[in-house]
Design a protein around this ligand. Structure first.
Ligand code: BG6
Length: 471
């Protein structure tokens, strides 16, 4: 059995959770709701210490937590909420100031195995890790690092060196929350729990693969963050590449989750570094007027790219990836396009070349798998229609990704976190285009991005725009 419970960094649970960047956007949108979900399940029974520069006190932090939980899904368990709020403490301070860590030490009191979650800009990771170590707070501790991990290959390597100089690898938890989404874990399961896919899952039968991750909203109040990040660093180098790795990986060779990490890392290492002509960058109309954004900003809010994996299985198969803010829908989907039948036997075959059969993984907002096939229409002629064999995979009440990941990290389970070599390999793929690229092309809000993205995929058909109403 694939051992999902693989434990790293010892099996003892962390006895405190420290949240650096607790006043930020991620904490508000994802972390407080995740903590509330853990509290409702009765598995959060440690002090939670928030650290940030703002001059807040613990009462203000509790209010922020309450507001964020109320906004995200509502408060439906008052005792769990009260319990969570009573565990929250706040430490205000500059991450460069040793005093901040001394104040933290005081608040941590008897805690001996804290977990430090760095939900802060990646440029501050090294400072905080060194501050933790200098204050003597690193022993038996775990560190959870939010993505993006570094901003290029060199900074990711430097960061890995700093993190490894303080924490053993098995106590470092690099987050890519996509790995903890049910629909994405299902890619691994669906591929290897069934036998019918494997014979066709290669360059002989697959014509191309498309992945779309689109959002119908903008950068919200994250202008300053987004200006240093952009779409390629924000979601392509991590979320989209991890999806590619799960779709492209070889079967795990042994029954521990380390085998999955090995197999996905191998895919990332086999990805061909991108060239400028493989990438199309766009920017939504009005982005430059967003707070925190430069008037002449060339930061991309949309990327479309063509990727190749130089492996026996995937040689020559193009992977088309696309993501953007302010697109037409908030939706994520994979289309694995199978090659057309070798002979065009029927009158209606010609114009359909290539589109007869595909496998579709809907990743969000719902989770589903569909296989498209043509079926004869009733009548004297041999013509037909395309239908989908459809597997509904809804799981109401499923654990959210941050709930899952925080819970796992606190008990040392590393299965759903990314490994150092994978992160670095992913940076190596995007390295050539981080600087060498065309200027952004403007696109209208709520469109599917710049028209020019069509040219990128033209040789293999067209972008498949996911339909919201379609399950
Ligand atoms: C984050 C990005 O990692 O993922 C955001 O920083 C993006 O820009 C988000 O909106 C998407 O995650 P989800 O879970 O909402 O699909």
């Amino acid at each position: 059995m694939l051992e999902l419970d693989e434990c790293r960094g010892g099996t003892e649970a962390s006895d405190a959770l420290v949240l650096f960047g607790v006043t930020g956007n991620l904490a508000r949108k994802k972390i407080f709701p995740a903590l509330y979900a853990l509290a409702k399940r009765g598995v959060l029974d440690v002090p939670v210490v928030g650290v940030a520069a703002s001059q807040w006190n613990s009462a203000q932090l509790r209010q922020r937590a309450k507001d964020s939980i109320a906004k995200s899904g509502g408060i439906d368990d008052q005792p769990a909420l009260s319990q969570l709020l009573s565990r929250l403490h706040y430490v205000s301070g500059d991450y460069n100031d040793p005093e901040t860590f001394q104040a933290l030490k005081k608040v941590l009191g008897d805690a001996r195995r804290p977990a430090y979650y760095l939900a802060i800009p990646t440029a501050l990771f090294a400072t905080v890790i060194k501050g933790i170590a200098a204050a003597g707070l690193a022993d038996h501790a775990r560190v959870i690092l939010e993505k993006p991990f570094g901003r290029d290959l060199a900074s990711a390597r430097a960061l890995n060196r700093v993190a490894r100089s303080v924490f053993p690898e098995n106590s470092i938890f690099r987050i890519d929350h996509y790995l903890a989404k049910e629909a994405i874990m299902n890619i691994l399961y669906f591929r290897f729990a069934n036998s019918f896919l494997e014979p066709i899952w290669n360059r002989n039968y697959v014509a191309s693969i498309q992945i779309t991750l689109s959002e119908n909203f903008g950068i919200e109040d994250r202008g300053a963050f987004y200006e240093t990040t952009g779409c390629l660093r924000d979601v392509v180098q991590n979320h989209l590449f991890q999806i590619v790795a799960l779709l492209a990986m070889e079967p795990p060779t042994y029954r521990e989750f380390g085998a999955v990490h090995d197999a996905t890392a191998t895919v990332l290492k086999a990805m061909r570094p991108l060239k400028a002509e493989d990438l199309l960058r766009g920017q939504y109309a009005g982005y430059r007027k967003e707070p925190g954004v430069a008037k002449q900003s060339d930061v991309e809010t949309f990327c479309a790219l063509r990727l190749f994996i130089d492996s026996w299985r995937w040689e020559g198969v193009p992977w088309y990836l696309r993501s953007g803010k302010y697109l037409a829908e908030t939706i994520a989907e994979v289309i694995v396009q199978l090659k057309p039948p070798p002979q065009r036997l029927f009158a209606d075959a010609a114009p359909l070349s290539g589109s007869a059969n595909y496998l579709r993984f809907r990743l969000s907002p719902n989770s589903a798998v569909a296989l498209a096939a043509r079926v004869k229409r009733a009548g004297q002629e041999f013509i037909g229609d395309q239908h989908e064999l459809y597997l509904l995979d809804e799981r109401p009440g499923e654990e959210g990704p941050y709930e899952r990941l925080l819970g796992d990290a606190m008990v040392g389970k590393g299965a759903l976190f990314t490994r150092e070599d994978s992160v670095e390999a992913a940076w190596a793929v995007v390295a050539p285009v981080l600087k060498d690229h065309q200027r952004v092309i403007s696109y209208s809000r709520h469109s599917w991005g710049p028209k020019q993205a069509d040219a990128l995929i033209k040789a293999d058909g067209h972008w498949h725009n996911p339909i919201h109403g379609q399950a």
